[in-house]
Structures are given as C-alpha cells and as structure tokens.
Design a binder for this molecule. Structure first.
Ligand SMILES: Nc1nc2c(ncn2[C@@H]2O[C@H](COP(=O)(O)OP(=O)(O)OP(=O)(O)O)[C@@H](O)[C@H]2O)c(=O)[nH]1
Ligand SMILES: [Mg+2]
Length: 217
C-alpha cells in the first residue's frame, strides 16, 4: 500500500475559507465593515484603535472584537469607551480564525453597527494565514521592532492593505530605515500604504484616519 498523505494545514485553511465567506455574507447583509488589525504584541493596536474610535466615533458606530490568549485587559478599555465589545479568549491559540469570528458576531448587535474592529492576537505569523472574513486587513509595525520585519515575516505584509508605523515619537532613539521598509515591502505588495504615526504626539494620525474613513465608506 502506498503512503496516504493528508495535508492537514491545507484542510484547515480550506475549511477556514468557507467560514470566512459565511462571515462576509452575514456582514454584507447587515451592512457592516469588518476591519482586522494585526501586529506583534505591544506594537500599539489597542492604543491606535482607541484613538481612531475617538476621532471617528461621531461618524461611525463601532464595535470591537478583542482576541487574546488570556485576559480582558484590552476589552475593558474598549468597553470603557461605551462601545459594544466581545472578548474572545483563545486559551493559547495564536490567531483568530473565521469560525471564532462567527462566534463573536453572534454576540454583537450587528444591526446597530457600521464598523466592527477585530484586534487580533499579537503575532506577526499566524494571523496572516487565517482569513477572518474582513473587508480591510491592516497591520501595525512599531519603530522599536525594526524595518526588517517585512523581510522576516513577509506574509503579513502581503495580506494587508496598509501598515501603520507606530511610535514615531521614539524614532530618534532607533535606527529605523524607512526607505528600506518601503523598498522591501513594496517588492512584496506594490499597493501597500505606509503611514508613519504616533498616537502620543498625534503625528500622522490625520492622514491615517482619513484613509481609514475612505475604507469604511
Ligand atoms: N511612545 C509611544 N508609546 C506608545 C504609542 N502607542 C502605544 N504606545 C505604548 O506601547 C505599549 C503597548 O501598547 P498597546 O496599545 O497596549 O499595544 P497592543 O499592540 O495592543 O498590545 P497587545 O494587545 O498586548 O498585543 C503601551 O505602553 C502604550 O502606551 C505611541 O504612539 N508612542
Ligand atoms: Mg492590545
């Protein structure tokens, strides 16, 4: 008998693709835009999302899905803004998939939302592989992480529409090479938008938020 070969990863990703389509269909019916925010741990997702909500909260009705291995730390911050929040505890899982997203949608008041934000698990690898059914996928890359991350974690830079380069206020203390980031990331994804931002000083936030507003409309 020949060796039987089953590529489990392919099976998992194929199943996820079907689930992602279900997410997309449901949100289209409800007229809700799904924005997936990805990055490594601590690069500033919660801080950035909070600022975007504060700036655009009068124009869009937001909801947030927080995906974390443990804790409700970030969900509490979102809840404090007075917006519908669902915490997904992955219990060790390093990414969100479309079936998990569907679980969260069941708890969301979709009829009362315009934009649903996913703060994905902090990780530059696995979240890039799993389509959660989002209309817009973006990533954050913080200055201290370095410009070479697009070479080391190329898939993330391939699946996102924009990279928000966060913590620009600390740029004087790091050797972050913007030209290298632009050159290397555009080799992977020619249409990738790059927005240098700092929530702390407000640098670049007007441009970033204006672009996001266009995506939400
Ligand atoms: N200097 C500076 N610090 C920032 C900025 N944005 C976020 N931070 C800090 O970076 C740290 C991490 O920020 P978070 O927003 O919690 O990062 P995160 O990506 O949500 O983290 P996880 O959810 O744990 O992956 C916090 O101490 C923030 O205050 C910024 O623009 N400038
Ligand atoms: Mg966070």
């Amino acid at each position: 008998m020949d060796i039987e070969y089953i590529d489990l990863k392919e099976c998992i990703l194929a199943e996820n693709e079907g689930d992602a389509q279900e997410v997309r269909d449901l949100l289209k019916e409800k007229n809700v835009i799904l924005w997936n925010v990805m990055s490594s741990p601590g690069s500033g997702k919660t801080t950035f999302i909070t600022d975007v909500i504060k700036r655009l909260g009068s124009q869009f009705r937001f909801g947030v899905i927080e995906a974390d291995i443990e804790s409700t730390v970030d969900a509490e911050k979102m809840h404090a803004l007075g917006i519908p929040t669902v915490q997904l505890r992955t219990g060790g899982g390093c990414h969100l998939d479309a079936a998990m997203t569907m679980e969260a949608l069941a708890k969301m008041p979709l009829d009362d939302l315009d934009v649903l934000i996913i703060e994905n698990v902090g990780n530059l690898v696995c979240p890039a592989e799993f389509d959660v059914g989002a209309n817009i996928a973006t990533m954050l890359l913080s200055i201290p992480e370095g410009d070479d991350k697009c070479i080391k974690y190329p898939l993330m830079f391939t699946v996102t529409k924009a990279v928000f380069v966060t913590k620009m206020d600390v740029a004087p203390y790091f050797d972050f090479n913007f030209e290298a980031l632009e050159k290397n990331s555009h080799r992977l994804n020619n249409d990738l938008r790059i927005f240098p931002v700092s929530v702390k000083t407000g640098e670049g936030m007007d441009e970033a938020v204006e672009w996001l507003k266009q995506q939400f409309n």
